[in-house]
Design a protein. Structure first.
Lengths: 317, 295
């Protein structure tokens, strides 16, 4: 097992370097000068040249990349142009809010998805299956930012039950698991949960159907096992794949939160990305994307290892 | 026994005369859900295409005195938007740009991804490793993040949004194309073509393309659903087209301020995105099961 983990980690290193390269190059595919956001419109040539040297933009690209990577490895992602604060601390604070949202959404989405998927797979081709698959397909097809708007219309504007935007008293830095804060979490969490709910339902339904049609299930039933015990075998067999899909979905929720965070003004990494894009705050943009992508890579690695740990059929040698 | 084989023999020519694709077509035509979806999509496409000849109001012409009328107002069946423009006209005209920016990336990615996957799968070896490892890098980003990162770096605009979504979908289609091609590569008929002296390009074009296109096409149809949501999402964030252009994502964005005044009119553009997205998803599902003849 340790050899397997070690090898998987070694495989990840080139991916991490390539991810860093893509994030680095993002700034350089930007049309115009990367300095455009800091430089006043009437700046002299001299000032522009001075700043270019100060930011290191006058050096060759590979050197710039090497230096950037070296600093990044030491936790220095530069300073935000808009606020002047270190990018890393800004990003980490925002990511913690996104993690809160993603975990709440995962609890809702995965629970419902597993439930619907198991029921639909077990009662395949009955009306229960049709209802569950319809909910699932609606879940994966809905523009979630629009669903967020509809939620706000119903629960905030019409019924006035829940707040429409923000993360509660104290702003972005003081989240707490009390009702005063949690009522702000409900609508964005439900909205975020819809896509993973749909995908988990579809995956688990297909898995359950496949497993139930295998010979060993027939044998279990012939042996006299009760349906509940047969079901335990189904869950055991479906678990590794279901786990992999849920891990991937958690990653998508963490990395793809920009639209929902924009709708609900949720102060997470997505909203930070949004402001970085529109203020042309390139170090912040670069840093946020790098941190989110690294989270995603790390999560995928964990899922791989967890999958190998619980599934004896995966070769670890 | 003899009776059974006699009837089987009589029945055989009728079923055998129909080719694979004809059978698939018949199976889709019998599927009610797929047909309803196809009908809705054709309706939306045609109305977008023929918008100027449908006798609609001017989608750009606003009026300060008739802003945010409710659904069902005489002359404005779907109300008016925050600048007093007719919603029905804007939703129908909006289909033009929304469908282009939603579907074009998938078409482009389909062409690029299929070529890359076919080459990687057929040639194999180092070239395969080079292509597939490069593709892996893009899998290290969640697709929404990658789309927003690229289009955020390139800046707002229709072309940039199409480019960024194409880049997001190429790796996914390449992976599917590569795995399908690898499966077909070692089959006997490819071997036979090689033995009879066909070059690699001829083999790929004549013998392999037809066998791999089906599954890739179905996969790509399913991607249109995602692409519609993402493309409108980029416009919703302000990274796509610019006002006053009618486009569903952008309309949703500008109408956000109106949800306290006239909420249901504000939600309408999303219904269009949802309708197109769910229809493509269901159609893709229908095609997949129709092509799975074994069941």
């Amino acid at each position: 097992m340790f050899a397997y983990i070690a090898r998987r980690i070694v495989y990840v290193i080139p991916i991490v370097i390539s991810v860093a390269l893509v994030c680095f190059l993002l700034v350089h595919i930007t049309p115009g000068d990367p300095l455009v956001a800091v430089l006043p419109a009437d700046a002299s040539q001299e000032l522009a040249a001075q700043l270019r040297t100060a930011y290191g933009f006058d050096r060759p690209l590979p050197v710039q990349f090497g230096l950037w990577l070296w600093r990044a490895l030491h936790g220095d992602l530069g300073n935000s142009i808009a606020t002047g604060r270190p990018v890393l601390s800004e990003v980490l604070r925002a990511v913690s809010n996104t993690v809160t949202l993603a975990i709440a959404a995962a609890l809702i989405g995965f629970t419902l998805g597993l439930l619907f998927g198991l029921i639909a797979g077990y009662f395949r081709d009955t009306w229960i299956d049709k209802v569950a698959t319809s909910i699932a397909i609606a879940g994966v097809s809905v523009p979630h930012y629009w669903l967020g708007m509809v939620m706000v219309i119903i629960f905030s504007v019409q019924l006035n039950w829940l707040p429409a935007v923000g993360a509660g008293p104290g702003g972005s830095g003081s989240w707490g698991w009390d009702w005063e804060h949690m009522k702000y979490l409900i609508l964005p969490a439900i909205t975020t949960s819809v896509i993973p709910m749909g995908i988990v339902t579809r995956t688990v339904r297909a898995l359950t159907g496949d497993i139930l049609s295998q010979d060993f299930v027939e044998a279990l039933r012939a042996k006299g096992l009760r349906e509940l015990d047969v079901f335990k075998h189904v869950i055991k067999n479906a678990a590794p794949t279901a786990l992999a899909v849920m891990g991937l979905q958690l990653g998508y929720m963490l990395g793809g939160s920009i639209l929902i965070e924009t709708v609900f003004s949720w102060p997470g990494s997505g909203l930070l990305l949004n402001s970085a894009i529109f203020q042309r705050d390139l170090p912040l943009l670069q840093g946020t994307i790098l941190v989110l992508a690294l989270f995603f890579v790390a999560l995928n690695l964990l899922v791989d290892i967890a999958q190998a740990a619980i599934d004896p059929r995966i070769k670890r040698g | 026994m003899t009776v059974m084989s006699d009837t089987a023999l009589q029945a055989a020519p009728a079923t055998k005369a129909r080719g694979y694709w004809a059978t698939v077509g018949r199976r889709i035509a019998r599927d009610k859900v797929s047909m309803v979806c196809a009908f809705v999509l054709v309706l939306i496409f045609l109305s977008a295409l023929l918008a100027p000849w449908l006798g609609l109001a001017d989608p750009y012409q606003g009026s300060m005195i008739r802003r945010l009328r409710h659904i069902g107002t005489p002359n404005y069946p779907l109300g008016t938007d925050e600048l007093g423009r007719d919603m029905l006209a804007r939703l129908i005209y909006g289909g033009r740009l929304s469908l282009i920016i939603g579907i074009l990336p998938v078409i482009l990615a389909f062409m690029i991804g299929t070529s890359l996957g076919l080459i990687a799968g057929y040639v194999g070896g180092r070239l395969n490793t080079a292509i597939m490892r490069t593709i892996d890098v893009f899998y290290a980003f969640p697709s929404v993040l990658l789309a927003i990162a690229i289009s955020g770096a390139l800046g707002a605009g229709i072309v940039n949004s199409i480019v960024s979504l194409t880049i997001v979908f190429v790796p996914q289609i390449t992976r599917v194309a590569e795995s399908v091609t690898t499966g077909v590569r070692n089959m006997d008929f490819v071997e036979a073509a090689r033995a009879s002296g066909a070059g690699p390009f001829t083999i790929m074009r004549v013998h392999m393309l037809g066998n791999v296109l089906g599954p890739i096409f179905v996969y790509a149809t399913g991607l249109i659903s995602v692409s519609m949501i993402l493309a409108a999402g980029l416009s919703f964030l302000g990274l796509g087209t610019k006002p006053p252009e009618p486009e569903w994502g952008l309309m949703l964005n500008t109408l956000r301020t109106a949800i306290y005044v006239n909420p249901w009119v504000a939600a309408l553009p999303g219904v269009m995105i949802f309708a197109v997205s769910i229809c493509f998803n269901l159609l893709s599902d229908g095609m997949r099961s129709a092509m799975d003849i074994r069941n």
